[in-house]
Design a protein around this ligand. Structure first.
Ligand SMILES: Nc1ncnc2c1ncn2[C@@H]1O[C@H](COP(=O)(O)OP(=O)(O)OP(=O)(O)O)[C@@H](O)[C@H]1O
Length: 208
């Protein structure tokens, strides 16, 4: 089970955000839409535990994540939450394969070659595993970013405007890939965007 309850946040007591509650079962997905500056990234960062709410809670797998210490939260996030950022966060001196092994290591896992190979194969970039990230095309980098988020088999995938820099065709491809990956592993998927093109592809949508 994943749910948020009465999340309230403020930056320096100047802008207040009260977010609607979210509840998702395994395999469900949600598209969150809203105009620029409304607080979409803020909500995603609260859900990921990158920001702490003033009040309210985020619960995943029976754990109220903001009650964890910072170290516990980092480890919980690494094991159970996959993040896809607007711009991929790679270590550029490492190959794609090594980047994925590092993500496993940071989550406290032993590098799992099979899992890395499977994720890369399902995203169609296995033959690129030895390449440095900057040598991949933009579309391949987007898929590699999804691989980074998926490699630890997360229960929750959070994607922050993953498609805003892409044209229509690639935008749909990324959204569909994310949905397929989430469905395949039974993960919950939340995508935030101001990209109205994605609206028709999701059964649950929320407007902030
Ligand atoms: N670190 C910060 N300190 C102070 N204010 C912030 C900070 N981060 C964001 N804000 C403000 O909070 C508001 C919401 O920002 P947020 O990034 O969550 O919006 P968004 O909906 O994701 O916007 P966009 O679609 O343009 O990326 C904005 O007005 C922004 O200026």
């Amino acid at each position: 089970m994943f749910k948020t309850q009465s999340l309230f946040f403020t930056y320096n007591n100047s802008v207040d955000f009260s977010f609607p509650d979210i509840e998702l079962d395994a395999g469900e997905n949600l598209l969150i839409l809203g105009e620029s500056g409304i607080g979409k990234t803020t909500l995603l960062h609260l859900i990921a535990g990158l920001l702490r709410p003033v009040s309210g809670s985020v619960e995943l797998l029976g754990t109220s994540i903001h009650q964890l210490s910072s170290t516990q939260l980092d480890s919980f996030r690494g094991q159970h939450i996959g993040l896809v950022f607007q711009r991929p966060h790679f270590i550029h001196s490492l190959s794609l394969y090594e980047n994925l092994a590092l993500v496993q290591y940071l989550a406290g896992e032993n590098p799992n070659q099979n899992r890395i190979n499977n994720v890369l194969a399902s995203l169609g970039i296995r033959r690129k595993q030895g390449e440095k990230p900057h040598r991949l095309s933009q579309g391949e980098q987007q898929r590699a970013a999804i691989a980074l988020a998926m490699v630890n088999n997360p229960q929750l995938i959070l994607a922050d405007k993953p498609t805003s820099s892409l044209d229509d065709r690639n935008c749909m491809k990324v959204a569909i890939l994310l949905k397929e990956q989430a469905l395949e592993t039974g993960a919950r998927l939340i995508i935030i965007t101001h990209d109205q093109r994605l609206k028709n592809h999701f059964s649950h949508t929320m407007q902030l």
